[in-house]
Design a protein around this ligand. Structure first.
Ligand SMILES: Cc1cc2nc3c(=O)[nH]c(=O)nc-3n(C[C@H](O)[C@H](O)[C@H](O)COP(=O)(O)OP(=O)(O)OC[C@H]3O[C@@H](n4cnc5c(N)ncnc54)[C@H](O)[C@@H]3O)c2cc1C
Length: 339
């Protein structure tokens, strides 16, 4: 079989990229190893910059969400503050949300198949052959790797790649407060925090840092008063060592594009999906169409070193005792994004 573009993975990055390509009339096939609707471990929080971008890219997309404006921030169990953000965070259930996104692509005539990628082979004429688990070979001009943190496409380009940080989550019964809880602590290793995000049907409660284990997760849940539940874990790949290739493009978590400080990933999944579609449609290098995101990732890397340092925590505790200031910072960060 031949296709112009093969998009591997139908999460937010892959479904969006395939949708934009299809809209532009590009011959494209989207594959995913999962049967949809499938769940994805995730807090499901769409910040205002994310849902505004989604509205811009898919104006007629309707989806269910729980809008939350109240935030409770706790630093080390010592300093707490409560504030209300201007634009609510929309909490979605990934099982429902990702399925609805995929349906948007299928509704405009997009081709989708339930298939798993095994590996890739490059041909002398510049084309790429995707070899599926079923043994089928698909020849294409471009492969877009949107297959998440454990990406096979990335492993083809960069076999020595690590898996990133392990985050764990469980769903618990909803509590009456429609509020997001976040706890940061110097005792968590870099990038770690506890969160509770209220979706429509349940609260998603999670934790992840560079030292996550099941025991550590359970201890933190106990400390936070969360009842025992069914734990699930997933890696978040975070790396600025992006393997550029003219015909194989990595987007979303496969490319290591989640936020270095918060691990928010859906926003950059959409941004990189749009930038990959642009690169293919306009025949420009991804390094150019995605330049603003590459710059942002490097800035975030530097910022996260400071944010999670001892000095960073001193500043955080001080900021946390000034709720109006922290509200201003949150509002600014959630609205901002590279164009
Ligand atoms: C615990 C946790 C909480 C999070 N909370 C938030 C949050 O609140 N807000 C936020 O913005 N981000 C959050 N994130 C990050 C967010 O979940 C990811 O950034 C986002 O899912 C990335 O989308 P994606 O499309 O790149 O990858 P994914 O959503 O992982 O989709 C990848 C797809 O590829 C498919 N696939 C994998 N391998 C293959 C293969 N070989 N062949 C075919 N298909 C394949 C998978 O089945 C999957 O459907 C969280 C992450 C974690 C782990």
């Amino acid at each position: 079989m031949n296709t112009d573009v093969l998009v591997v993975g139908a999460g937010p990055a892959g479904a969006m990229c395939a949708y934009l390509l299809k809209k532009a009339g590009v011959d494209c096939l989207l594959i995913d190893l999962a049967v949809f609707p499938r769940d994805k471990i995730c807090g499901g929080g769409l910040t205002s910059k994310t849902w505004h971008l989604l509205l811009q890219l898919m104006p007629d997309f309707n989806y269910a969400f729980n809008p939350v404006s109240d935030v409770h921030l706790d630093i080390d169990g010592k300093v707490q503050c409560d504030f209300t953000i201007d634009d609510p965070i929309r909490i979605v259930q990934r099982r429902v949300f990702d399925h609805a996104l995929l349906q948007q692509y299928i509704a405009i005539g997009g081709a989708f198949r339930h298939e798993a990628l095994n590996t890739l082979e490059e041909q002398a004429d510049g084309s790429v052959v995707a070899i599926l688990k079923s043994g089928e070979r698909i020849t294409c001009r471009y492969v877009v790797g949107a297959d998440g943190s454990n990406s096979r496409v990335r492993r083809y380009l960069k076999p020595d790649t690590d898996r990133g940080i392990l985050a764990m989550e469980q769903y618990v019964e909803k509590r009456p407060e429609n509020r997001i809880d976040v706890q940061l602590s110097e005792s968590y290793t870099r990038g770690g925090y506890f969160y509770r995000f209220p979706a429509n049907e349940f609260d998603a409660v999670g934790f992840g840092d560079t030292a996550t284990t099941l025991e550590r997760f359970r201890r933190i849940m106990r400390e936070q008063g969360v009842p025992a539940g069914k734990e699930r874990g997933a890696y978040i790949y975070l790396s600025n060592d992006y393997p550029l290739h003219s015909h194989i493009i990595l987007i979303g978590d496969a490319g290591g594009f989640a936020n270095r400080i918060t691990c928010e990933g859906i926003y950059n999944a959409f941004c990189t999906a749009r930038n990959a579609a642009r690169a293919i449609i306009e025949q420009r290098p991804f390094s150019e169409t995605n330049a603003a995101i590459f710059r942002k990732m490097r800035r975030e890397e530097r910022a996260s070193n400071y944010f999670y340092s001892h000095t960073g925590f001193i500043v955080l505790r001080w900021i946390c005792s000034h709720p109006s200031l922290i509200k201003k910072i949150f509002d600014r960060k959630m609205k901002r994004g590279p164009q």
